[in-house]
Write a protein that binds this ligand. Structure first.
Ligand code: SAM
Length: 300
C-alpha cells in the first residue's frame, strides 16, 4: 500500500470497516495529514463519490493535493476541522455520509525539526499546526504564568510534577528551543522517578504544550457540537484519539448523543489496535477508535 513519506495510517482496516465508504457517498476527512486513510477512502468512493479533505497544516495539504488531487473526486480545504460546515457549504453539500478525525500530530510533522513538535529534534519552539496563526509554543513557554503552565501540564499531559516543571521553566526563561525545554523538564523531575519511566519526561510536557498552542480540545468540542447535524441517517462518525482526555470528550459526547436518540453506538467500548499493528507501528499504541451512527430523526 502507498503510504506517503513515512506516516503510516493507524487502524486503517478498522476505520474502513466502520466508516464503510461506498461509491457515490460524500465523506469528510477532517485531519487528512499524510493521506493514508484518505487514499483508501477515496478509492472506495469511486467513481462518483466525493471526499472533502481538511487540514490546518497548509504544507501537509499542498503535499496531499499533489498526490491525490489528480483524482477528480477529492476536494481540499486548508481549514480547522471544527469549521467543516464551511467546507461543506463551499463544496455544495448539506450532509456527509461519513466523517473521520484522526487526532494529533503526524509522523511527518514530528520529523520536521523546524516545526518544534519533537523534544528529541533540536528546533524552534513552534508547534503550530497552522503556521499562519499567532500563538506559538515559544510564547506559551515564555509568557504564561507558572500556575497556568502547571494546569496545562496536569490537564493535557497527566504530568505528576506539573508544578515543579512549570516553576523550573519560569526560572530558566527565556527558553527558545525544543532541546532546551526538554533539558529543563528532565532536570525538574526527581531522578528516581525519571529512571523508572519508559518514556522521556518531556514527552507529556510537549504533548500538553502542543494541545494548548492549537486549542485541540476546543476544536474537538466545537466539532462535536455540530457534526451530527450534518451527517445523513445511517452515516457514521469515526474518531481516532491518542490521548485519554480527548477520548473522554468523545466518549461523553457520543453517549450523550445516543441518550438523546440522535445516534446509536455500533461499538460500546473503543476499538483498539491489534498487537501486530502496535508492534509494527508503536505510534498506534495508545489509539482508541470510537464510532457513532446517525439515526434518522423523527419524520425523516
Ligand atoms: C495524525 S495526523 C492524520 C494522519 C492521516 N489520517 C493519515 O493517514 O495520514 C493529524 C493531522 O491532523 C491535522 N490537524 C490537527 N488538528 C487539526 C484541526 N483542528 N483541524 C484540521 N486539521 C488538524 C494535523 O495537521 C495533522 O496533519
Amino acid at each position: 500500500m502507498d503510504h506517503d513519506a513515512g506516516h503510516v495510517p493507524v487502524m486503517l482496516d478498522e476505520v474502513i470497516e466502520h466508516l464503510s465508504p461506498h461509491p457515490g457517498q460524500v465523506v469528510l476527512d477532517g485531519t487528512a495529514g499524510g493521506g493514508g486513510h484518505a487514499a483508501e477512502i477515496l478509492r472506495r468512493l469511486e467513481p462518483d463519490g466525493c471526499l472533502l479533505l481538511l487540514d490546518r497544516d497548509r504544507e501537509a495539504l499542498e503535499r496531499l493535493k499533489a498526490r491525490l488531487g489528480r483524482r477528480g473526486n477529492a476536494r481540499f480545504f486548508h481549514a480547522n476541522y471544527c469549521d467543516f460546515d464551511q467546507a461543506l457549504d463551499q463544496a455544495g453539500y448539506r450532509y456527509v455520509d461519513g466523517a473521520l478525525l484522526d487526532l494529533g500530530v503526524s509522523s511527518l510533522q514530528l520529523a520536521e525539526a523546524d516545526r518544534g513538535f519533537s523534544f528529541d529534534r533540536p528546533g524552534p519552539l513552534d508547534m503550530r499546526f497552522d503556521r499562519s496563526e499567532d500563538l506559538t509554543a515559544e510564547e506559551v513557554v515564555n509568557t504564561w504564568p507558572a500556575e497556568r503552565l502547571a494546569q496545562v501540564f496536569r490537564e493535557y499531559g497527566d504530568q505528576p510534577f506539573a508544578g515543579r516543571i512549570a516553576r523550573a521553566i519560569v526560572e530558566a526563561r527565556p527558553v527558545r528551543r525544543t532541546d532546551a525545554l526538554a533539558e529543563v523538564v528532565a532536570s525538574a523531575v526527581p531522578g528516581r522517578w525519571r529512571r523508572q519511566q519508559t518514556i522521556h519526561p518531556a514527552t507529556r510536557v510537549f504533548q500538553a504544550v502542543r494541545i494548548a498552542v492549537n486549542d485541540e480540545f476546543g476544536s474537538l468540542e466545537t466539532f462535536l457540537d455540530k457534526i451530527f447535524g450534518s451527517v445523513s441517517p445511517g452515516g457514521r462518525v469515526a474518531i481516532l484519539s491518542f490521548h485519554s482526555g480527548e477520548d473522554r470528550i468523545v466518549k461523553h459526547r457520543f453517549r450523550a448523543a445516543a441518550r438523546a436518540g440522535v445516534v446509536r453506538l455500533p461499538v460500546v467500548k473503543p476499538v483498539r489496535p491489534t498487537p501486530v499493528e502496535v508492534q509494527a507501528n508503536p505510534r498506534a499504541r495508545s489509539a482508541r477508535l470510537r464510532v457513532a451512527e446517525r439515526l434518522p430523526t423523527a419524520g425523516s
